[in-house]
Design a protein around this ligand. Structure first.
Ligand code: FMN
Length: 167
């Protein structure tokens, strides 16, 4: 049963997101997230699931706001950067993952990566789901300059990104 479940989940193509937050030192942190979905229409709410293993986990548990960026076809480099590397391995915490990217403050000061589609979210609640914690967001603000492009999905990431932390 478990094997077929994992095979089935590996066969579908959910969109990939980059979820960002500010660390305790104010520096941006972030990781690639495939476990994410809208969970309510009225009011609009969206859940992202963050692994306890990730560097991003601590800041995501402490933050009042997160930013969710939508990746688009061709975003292999961003997927590798945020999903294939962990800030735990870098000397300066989360800073290096953002090198070369233009980052500005979004809702609540959470980091927005320029040029990407994104929305901010005030944290509505956190729910222990096992090895991941669901962070449910009330969306706040955002931009969609690339909305006409197809989304970057799980199938795009296969063979391109090995998770920075094992799942
Ligand atoms: C295809 C793919 C999907 C992923 N989905 C998630 C996810 O839903 N939640 C999560 O916390 N990490 C997910 N990861 C893992 C993190 O993005 C990865 O371990 C990252 O390097 C962690 O960075 P950090 O330690 O700097 O936070 C995924 C990785 C890949 C390659």
């Amino acid at each position: 049963m478990s094997g077929s479940f994992h095979a089935l989940m590996g066969s579908v193509d959910p969109p990939m997101y980059v979820v960002t937050a500010r660390g305790a030192d104010g520096e941006p942190v972030g990781c690639l997230v495939g476990f994410a979905t809208q969970v309510s229409i009225r009011p609009p709410r969206f859940a992202v699931l963050v692994s306890r293993l990730n560097h991003t986990f601590g800041p995501a548990m402490a933050a009042e706001h997160l930013v969710v960026h939508v990746l688009r076809k061709g975003d292999d480099d961003l997927a590798r950067r945020f999903g294939g590397e962990t800030a735990d391995d870098l000397p300066d915490g989360g800073v290096d993952k953002f090198v070369g990217l233009a980052v500005r403050d979004g809702p609540g000061g959470a980091p927005v990566i320029d040029g990407l589609d994104w929305f901010g979210g005030r944290v509505f609640g956190r729910y222990d789901c096992g090895d991941h914690v669901a962070v449910v967001l009330d969306p706040e603000g955002g931009e969609a300059p690339r909305a006409a492009l197809p989304a970057y999905g799980l199938q795009d990431a296969f063979g391109v990104v090995d998770p920075g932390h094992p799942a």
